[in-house]
Design a protein around this ligand. Structure first.
Ligand code: SF4
Length: 298
């Protein structure tokens, strides 16, 4: 069967960008973006709405998810750009474990660079069970610095996932991946983002059961409350309209869902926050990372 997307490559001038907006407010100093355009092609993705500001070219936002352009020289650039104080978020504009990464692996070389020159914090944002492929490297990186995996969960209803993000892994497979990452000793946050139509209480409980770290949430970004900047892609709103889910884009309705989720988390005694306040947990270094450099000398 022909692939539904194309893979391109190009050399980049830089690999780490100084952060701004949402990610800077969360406390990250830099973002690491291994490719331009994301072959998950989620219907709600805010990235194509960022256009030039997101480092995209017109073809990217016109044909979002139909191709990706890997930065061929990313690992060499990264090795030169890494500094010990950096807090790095990977990535605000592409899933590092997008489907194209399964065909052309670029993350192993990037993880090797991070292992060789560890910054203060690395947060990997993904919704892909493909991350398990790199488990040995992730374990090694976590020995050298604070590594946080932020695993996106969007709904506990698989028929809803198929509507809005048909190329993403099912909920149960993602939960299983979280449990396996945790079993390997990694810090894993469940990030309920964007919150798609779901059963809020059992959805939140399943995320709490799979993790031990603080729970993060973020609803659809509504244009009515966010007149400028990145916002939820109109394709998802069209799906919501067709299927009777438009209220999930309404800030008042979203607040009631967040309150219900917060209630479940509070009952379990677990921290829960939405937006930059939640993402700020991902930027926090662990006080005593199990770094080989901090091990007592024998
Ligand atoms: S995985 Fe993230 S970056 Fe990729 S299309 Fe989906 S929302 Fe956008």
């Amino acid at each position: 069967m022909p692939e539904r997307f194309r893979i391109l490559s190009a050399d980049a001038r830089t690999i780490l960008s100084r952060t701004s907006g949402f990610i800077a407010a969360a406390g990250f100093t830099h973002s690491l973006t291994p490719a331009r355009n994301c072959t998950f092609a989620c219907t709600y993705c805010y990235v194509p709405t960022m256009r030039l500001q997101g480092g995209l070219q017109p073809e990217d936002w016109r044909r979002w998810g139909q191709f990706t352009t890997f930065k061929d020289n990313a690992a060499a650039l990264l090795a030169r750009a890494l500094r010990p104080a950096q807090r790095i978020y990977c990535s605000p504009t592409v899933d590092p474990y997008q489907p194209a990464e399964a065909i052309e692996p670029h993350m192993p070389a990037l993880l090797d660079a991070l292992i060789a020159h560890p910054p203060a914090v690395v947060a990997l944002q993904t919704r892909a069970i493909l991350i398990l492929r790199d488990l040995p490297r992730l374990i090694e990186l976590a020995r050298r610095t604070t590594l946080r995996v932020s695993f996106s969960l969007t709904t506990n209803r698989d028929e809803i996932r198929r509507l809005y993000e048909p190329h993403c892994d099912p909920f149960e497979a993602r939960l299983d991946a979280i449990v396996r990452l945790r079993a390997a000793g990694l810090l894993v946050h469940a990030t309920l983002a964007p919150i798609l139509p779901c059963h809020p209480e059992p959805f939140t409980q399943a995320a709490l059961d799979a993790t031990t770290e603080a729970l993060i949430a973020d609803p659809f970004h509504a244009r009515s409350t966010k007149p400028r900047g990145a916002t939820t892609r109109p394709e998802s709103e069209a799906i919501s309209r067709r299927h009777g889910f438009l209220e999930w884009h309404d800030p008042t309705f979203q607040s009631t869902i967040l309150e219900r989720m917060a209630h479940v988390a509070a009952r379990a005694g677990r921290p829960f926050a939405a937006g930059p306040a939640g993402f700020a947990w991902l930027a926090q270094p662990v006080a005593t990372p199990s770094s080989p450099h901090s091990a007592p000398l024998s």
